[in-house]
Design a protein around this ligand. Sequence first.
Ligand SMILES: Cc1cc2nc3c(=O)[nH]c(=O)nc-3n(C[C@H](O)[C@H](O)[C@H](O)COP(=O)(O)OP(=O)(O)OC[C@H]3O[C@@H](n4cnc5c(N)ncnc54)[C@H](O)[C@@H]3O)c2cc1C
Length: 492
Amino acid sequence: MSNTLSRRQALRGATASVLVAGWSISTQSWAVAGTTDPDLVELPSLDGTLETEAVSGFGHDFGRMVDSDPWAVLRPGSVDDIVKMIDYARSNGLHIAMNGRSGTGDDLESHSSFGQALVPGGISIDARGLSRIISIDSDSAVVEPGVTWATLTEAALEVGATPPALTDYLHLSIGGTLSIGGVGSTVHRYGFQVDTVTSVDVVTGEGELVTASPTQSSDLFEAVLSGGGQCGVIVRATVDLVPAPDEVLVCSLVYDDLDVYMADQEKALEEGRFDAQAGEAGPSPDGSGWVYKLEGIAFHPAGSPPDQDELLSGFNDDRSSAEIVGMPYRDYAFRLDAFESELKEGGFWTQPKPWLSMFMPASSTKQFLEEALADLTQDDLGAGFLLCYPYHTGKSTRPLVMQPGEPVGYLFDLLRFPAPDGPDSGRMLEQNRRLHDRGVELGGKRYLVGAVPEMTVEDWQEHFGNRWTTFREQKERHDPDGILTPGQAFFG
Ligand SMILES: Cc1cc2nc3c(=O)[nH]c(=O)nc-3n(C[C@H](O)[C@H](O)[C@H](O)COP(=O)(O)OP(=O)(O)OC[C@H]3O[C@@H](n4cnc5c(N)ncnc54)[C@H](O)[C@@H]3O)c2cc1C
């Protein structure tokens, strides 16, 4: 029997009972236990496991457009395992990256769209190995990175609290969204999820465990929050919590005119009318154009909703089409769960999904949106939607969450769920690239999630602008051998 695992064996999971002994420098492959290979670098002893079977689930992500398996998966049993395996990867020239393994039921995967968490031929770390809530009270929680926002929200509600900045879909890993930003309908009040984190423990690309905060190793703190996993793996985070409301009133106001829609959105924002504020564009029911929906959400104590006339006064929507629904706060927080089930049942969830997320300056949002809507068809959205709503860019305080240079920005979030027989994903990717380039031309910034093909180092340099030099210096300092998170490809 050969004492090394061929790539094929590793990929097809044919070696379920084979224990990995270490990496063979001469054969550039994993060697099995009992090997006599003199070039074998033995694995450190681990609290968890390193597996070469069933790694294919780590070779794709939610976007389903990139397929590239790692050679091994680390299921860490401790933070120490991550320290040891980063050290090991570095010594042996292997790439390594955390995979959020987020989702529901058995459908766990990276929820990135375009390979951001993938490690072709390297080591993927299963975030689920570190998914404990270490402590929680009504002000804050200390969590491991594989905890999802859903799990944290459930635990927080038990102490009467909630994370202030929730993503729309909660089954995402905390380590994953902190590595990219994390945006949701309270961004106008609390900023991004990274703005609600006070401290992180990070294992750097040099295998050092560092606690980073605004006052301690602040350079590293700023380089890992929305840093795409370039300078370290977040292994613990302290997240703010705020008192949870009992109930919410969700007001959906409908518009057929973009100018009126945007004016009302910006009025609501300036007046701070709602506790949560979102909105979207969607095809009109008769298919002749687009309609817009402002979603204004008021939080309130049980049984005491705000006066509706007062809450909605001065808006110029088509009030006869408005929908106003009250619900418990928990239902609002978990509002996408039912939709997820529908999408899965309809076969939409596993299709290629080229998402595109941009942050546009308010002054050019109308032009950008009009051009984008002229380019998009109902088929391009499928069962998905196009979020488009304003927020104060000044609420974003972490340097790597790149923002347009105006006080008001708009999230443009093209969340496609094409039908199983829907448009060609290559065409949609080209469309993303076109829209991205046009958005940048108009002063926009992309969000790190999403699928924009053929991003070059020069594109990323332009993206990070005056933060680029510091970011690259941090990368060189904390990951001198460039082993961490190759899927982001910021630095080539
Ligand atoms: C249905 C759906 C709804 C979504 N809704 C929202 C939303 O409302 N708001 C929003 O902002 N985003 C949203 N997203 C995008 C989501 O935030 C990203 O996909 C994000 O990457 C989190 O996914 P994940 O936990 O699977 O992390 P991954 O995709 O696995 O990781 C993201 C990146 O961070 C790296 N990484 C992961 N964990 C760590 C860690 N602990 N330390 C260092 N690097 C790490 C990965 O290697 C990768 O590069 C949504 C995605 C989906 C599919």
